[in-house]
Ligand binder design. Structure first.
Ligand SMILES: Cc1ncc(COP(=O)(O)O)c(C=O)c1O
Length: 368
């Protein structure tokens, strides 16, 4: 009976009357689908097809025990130490969070809300405008070039901050470190955030620039190249004063964003350089084979520095191909908007076998 009574309430007076005013205006991010069905070839959310480092799994198993009754280290010092050692920076230059989405959220609130508009590409990670809505950050999008590239000249205008992923998502296109440095040389009055979620699949990290450019913040995730999307760990590297701002927001929000498993597993993953290098290498090798095979089927594939490719076919729409692949239990990601990218599919680089299944299915679809 209580359920029925709820329905009557909904009709008479919407439950949203209890919402805070800000909630009415939010347009939440829509994450890629995580289907419950088994036996799918899942190439839609850029997860790594190889498992996490066995050393990370071992470190997490070792955390199962009585110590779980105690809170974790609020500063995650062990993990910050491992990240600092990997990148050759000081622990005071490192901030960690519950996935890079949380690190990004704190960054928007702590560093990117100013009088001038925040600049980011018109085609990019679609969480950025969502954070702007949540935190009331004024923003302006900057169109990508005709070839879906970022032109740094276009960002040389007054602004309250700049953010873009490198490689960009969902295009996969990479910007060189020289180009990023060219931007940093002129844009000194606001923070420049480089979201390097996919940098380990062939790009050169801007972390090497943080000691020379105090306005630079570089954000990484362990979800992609370290195969720990399920653990939720991300981090930022920058000048200690930028990190201080992030810590002030974090400690006003959640003192313990990383649990004991996350701290132990992520630290071990950062330390296991051999496994990391080998799995990244395998993804890159499979990516180049996948690109050649897609091109042989008549696809145009944008140059990718990521663990996914962005591809369109001259005679078939992205939505149509995505739906037909789905009928064959292969899931890729399609974006309806903006219109410029509607013809494309974003395909995560899976194992060789998964990519072979994709190519076989596309051959069937295209020859039907
Ligand atoms: C460009 C970009 N940044 C950040 C993220 C967030 O990653 P996570 O929250 O898993 O660390 C993603 C996830 O797909 C992404 O594509």
């Amino acid at each position: 009976m209580p359920a029925r009574r709820n329905i009557v309430w909904e009709i008479n007076r919407p439950m949203s009357r209890y919402w805070s005013a800000v909630v009415h205006g939010l347009t939440p991010y829509v994450p890629g689908e995580q289907p419950k069905l088994q036996n799918l070839v899942k190439l839609n959310t850029n997860e790594n097809p190889y498992g996490p480092s066995p050393k990370a799994l071992e470190a997490m198993r070792a955390e199962v025990g009585d110590s779980l009754r105690l809170y974790p280290d609020p500063n995650a010092d062990r993990l910050k130490g491992a990240i600092a050692a990997y990148h050759g920076v000081k622990p005071a230059q490192v901030f960690v969070g519950n996935g890079s989405d949380e690190v990004l959220a704190h960054t928007f609130q702590a560093l990117l809300k100013h009088e001038g508009p925040l600049l980011f590409p018109d085609i990019t990670y679609s969480f950025y405008p969502v954070y702007c809505g949540l935190y009331g950050v004024d923003f302006q999008t900057v169109p990508l070039t005709e070839n879906f590239g970022i032109r740094v000249e276009d960002y040389k205008v007054p602004n309250g901050g700049i953010i873009f992923p490198n490689p960009n998502a969902p295009t996969g296109r990479l910007l060189s470190l020289d180009e990023i440095e060219r931007l940093l040389k002129v844009n000194t009055d606001s923070v420049v955030v480089i979201d390097e979620a996919y940098i380990d699949f062939g790009g050169e990290s801007a972390v090497s620039l943080v000691d020379r450019y105090p306005q630079l913040l570089v954000i990484h995730t362990l979800s992609k190249s370290r195969s720990l999307a399920g653990l939720r760990v991300g981090y930022a590297i920058g000048h200690p004063d930028l990190i201080d701002a992030l810590n002030r927001v974090k400690d006003s929000f959640n003192s313990y964003p990383l649990d004991r498993f996350a701290i132990a597993g992520a630290a071990a993953a950062m330390e296991d350089r051999t496994y990391f290098a080998e799995t990244c290498r395998k993804v890159v090798v499979t990516r180049s084979r996948l690109v050649s095979e897609l091109e042989a089927l008549g696809f145009e594939v944008l140059p990718s520095g990521a663990n996914f490719v962005f591809a369109r076919h001259a005679r078939h729409e992205g939505a149509e191909l995505t739906a037909k692949l789905r009928e064959r239990s292969i899931i890729v990601r399609h974006f309806k908007t903006p219109a410029r990218i509607a013809p494309f599919m974003r395909i995560t680089v899976g194992t060789d076998a998964e990519c072979a299944a994709l190519i076989t299915a596309l051959k069937e679809i295209l020859s039907a």
